[in-house]
Design a binder for this molecule. Sequence first.
Ligand SMILES: [Zn+2]
Length: 195
Amino acid sequence: MPACAAQAYEEIITWTKDPLCVLRSPTTSLNECEWDLARSIAKKLIQIRETILGGGAGLAAPQIGSNRSIFIFTPDRTTEGLKVAINPVFEPIDAQLIDGEEACFSIPLRCTKIKRWKTIKAKYQDLQGNIVEEILDDFSSKVFQHEIDHLKGKLTLDHETARVLTFSDPEAFIEYMKHVHLEDSKSYRARGLKK
Ligand SMILES: [Zn+2]
């Protein structure tokens, strides 16, 4: 079964069960004296992705109850490709948009059609404190923008261009998401990344 939000998980805050409104509050950046904290949040995000969710393209601190600016993401859904982004920002390279479909572990049984920038220049700090700059496009760009939205307190449902598909049957949702994942994989396969 592909890792997808076919159910709510106790460890993940969802939009319908968020008493402290952490999902809809902006996060604060981490300063250089807080790298131990950054490491512990990253460790928890990675551990939950691996042991509870069984994968996933990204996970942001607010989804596990932290209001700090950090998330994990992978450009090709693999664990080997996983990166930690601290204090991330981005800017679009040009005006080109892509139509994507996105699920979110904080929004079970929903898939949102949404417009995103096709190509972005991403900038963030890694766990060593180095500044990383990279050009992301298609799937990886979409994931990065999705996770940045989490740090701004914005969910896919809140997006101006959102069209939301709601599923009542987890099996139907899983089947639908298999096709979404297949479509996503075309962009990173084309670039020669793994899987
Ligand atoms: Zn999400």
